[in-house]
Design a protein around this ligand. Structure first.
Ligand SMILES: Cc1cc2nc3c(=O)[nH]c(=O)nc-3n(C[C@H](O)[C@H](O)[C@H](O)COP(=O)(O)O)c2cc1C
Length: 197
């Protein structure tokens, strides 16, 4: 049974606010692909926009440029080895979905591959064309056009990370295949008023 529920677009930035390593999916014609990306972030509130670094030489970049959009999925710890694997080989050599037995379905807005198994959230992103920079930079800007998250950890625009859902954590790449899972959430409190003088 899927625990995924739609996320309102004004809340989409929260899905990657904490800097998780993500899976970038792409499709064009009969070709599809998935890669890991440690570098993504929200950059605009309304409409919600994100920036993702996708090396110009990757197969992913080729497909998403041809299609005009991509999927961004937030893997959980159960997908850590898979994330490292799809970030360590190219879709030019193999169909990574078939090779690693990754189940994906077309997203509702753009039709890009969406992975829910062992993932916490996803969004479909429409590329913002930047003809004057896209040959020079690896950074891609995109508008989020649909989003969903596992309601056991994300609902009403908020992550809930506690003992009850401890296996459902995003992963954060430290380098060289070493990851840190997100910990429990801790609420910041207002500081006490400072004394004059
Ligand atoms: C944990 C991890 C994080 C990565 N982060 C990025 C990233 O942010 N940007 C990028 O361009 N490549 C990143 N990579 C490398 C790509 O995933 C890698 O080049 C991949 O093989 C590209 O696949 P493709 O040619 O099938 O598109 C990362 C790899 C790993 C393992």
């Amino acid at each position: 049974m899927s625990h995924f529920a739609p996320v309102a677009l004004p809340h989409a930035n929260r899905l990657i606010n904490h800097g998780p390593t993500v899976l970038i999916t792409s499709v064009f014609g009969a070709k599809r692909n998935v890669m890991a990306a440690a570098w993504s972030m929200p950059v605009e509130f309304s409409p919600p926009r994100v920036a993702v670094v996708i090396d110009k030489s990757t197969f992913s970049r080729e497909l998403m440029t041809a299609h005009g959009g991509f999927g961004l999925c937030v893997p959980a710890t159960a997908a850590m080895d898979l994330t490292y694997a799809v970030g360590s080989c190219s879709g030019r050599e193999r169909d990574k979905f078939a090779h690693y037995n990754i189940q994906a379905a077309p997203g509702p807005a753009l039709g890009v591959p969406i992975i829910e198994a062992n993932c916490l959230a996803w969004m479909e992103c429409r590329l913002i064309r930047e003809p004057h920079t896209e040959d020079a930079y690896d950074t891609c800007f995109a508008e989020v056009v649909s989003a969903a998250a596992d309601s056991r950890v994300f609902a009403n625009g908020h992550w809930t990370l506690n003992d009850g859902n401890a296996t459902l954590r995003s992963i954060h790449h430290l380098g060289g295949g070493l990851f840190a899972p997100a910990g429990e959430a801790v609420q910041a409190r207002p500081l006490p008023p400072t004394r004059p003088g």
